[in-house]
Design a protein around this ligand. Structure first.
Ligand SMILES: [Mg+2]
Length: 342
């Protein structure tokens, strides 16, 4: 008899995660939340600890031909800190593990760690351990981050309520356009190595791709303003995909407005240049590492004047669906593409 074989691509990334987690049993009462949010939550008495981990692989998550190692080290930390921010927590420690091939010199590893150290200083975290091993399949970096938040102030994906206001920080779609630009310049260079990449014009979007910054500034400001979001997630896979997570876990619907979506001019212009729809880039572009959160209506006044928090819509009842009101005032159904690694 032929053995059953299911391709991972049939499940997709999220399907695979669900499948692997089906049989997990939590054995300790101190494990408040295991898999299923931006970070796990552990009971530590007066506070809760949040933990998140990420794996970055050469050729899947980054391309060494245009990724400076120092930026890569910084980004590896930033994407993890972003998950801690998404829990409304403050990062405290990281572990850093790397798999290195013999292509790497000590100088190259130093450059990578210069970026890791710069991020540790920027986010005020201690590097407390990790592992180093050889790799036959290119560079591998895995970072685990531990953070803390006062008990009761942790924010999950599951707390959004009907009529809450949906907020997004910064601007979206830039990291995707940065990737498009870098890939194009790589092709030009491969075809003719005498051609030097023309990147000055695209400095903002390529910076968004190569050296993203986790929005810890927003977490500190929310604290100062005494605002605890009702739900939160970081935007790593694209706005639409993250909205779907909040809808699923909170049991709600959403209505967002196209004309409220934040997009930088350089992102918009480069999308047009590449023949892409700028709004599609905003909805489905990954790796911006901004925050998506919902607040109670009564907290609106506290954030109204914030220059970098955008009110993009509101939460609805689940049966109202997931809709975007376009500039021409028609409501269209949102689709989440997310990132397909498989
Ligand atoms: Mg996340």
């Amino acid at each position: 008899m032929k053995e059953k074989r299911t391709e991972i691509s049939e499940l997709g990334e999220f399907g695979l995660i669900d499948h692997l987690n089906e049989n997990i049993k939590l054995r300790h009462p101190s494990t408040i939340k295991g898999v299923g949010d931006d970070a796990a939550i552990l009971d530590k008495g007066d506070f809760v600890q949040v933990i998140s981990t990420d794996l970055l692989l050469e050729g899947v998550h980054f391309d060494m031909s245009y990724t400076p190692l120092q930026h890569l080290g910084f980004k590896a930390v930033a994407v993890n800190v972003s998950d801690i921010a998404a829990m409304n927590a403050i990062p405290k420690q990281i572990t850093v593990s790397v798999g290195l091939s013999n292509r790497f010199s000590v100088e190259a590893v130093d450059a990578l760690y210069a970026g890791v150290n710069a991020a540790a200083e920027h986010y005020n975290v201690d590097i407390i351990g990790g592992d180093t091993t050889s790799s036959r399949a290119g560079l591998v970096i895995s970072i685990t981050v531990l953070g803390e938040v006062e008990k009761g102030k942790e924010v999950l994906r599951s707390g959004a309520k009907d009529k809450d206001i949906i907020c997004a920080t910064g601007d979206l779609g830039g990291a995707l356009m940065g990737l498009q630009v870098l890939e194009r310049e790589k092709e030009v260079f491969m075809a003719d190595p005498k051609m030097q990449p023309q990147l000055e014009k695209y400095a903002y979007v390529t910076g968004r791709q190569l050296r993203p910054d986790a929005r810890m500034d927003i977490i500190h400001e929310l604290r100062d303003l005494n605002v605890v979001p009702t739900s939160m997630i970081d935007i790593s896979d694209g706005l639409a995909s993250e909205l779907f997570h909040i809808c699923k876990q909170s049991g709600v619907g959403v209505r967002i407005y196209e004309d409220k979506l934040p997009i930088d001019k350089q992102t918009y212009d480069s999308a047009v240049e590449f023949g892409l729809d700028p709004i599609t880039c905003v909805l489905n572009g990954g790796e911006d590492y901004e925050l998506l959160f919902t607040i109670k209506q009564e907290d609106f006044d506290k954030l109204e004047k914030h220059p970098d928090v955008h009110f993009i819509g509101h939460v609805t009842k689940s049966e109202e669906g997931k809709l975007m009101v376009t500039k021409s005032q028609t409501a269209v159904e949102l689709k989440a593409q997310g990132w397909k690694h498989f």
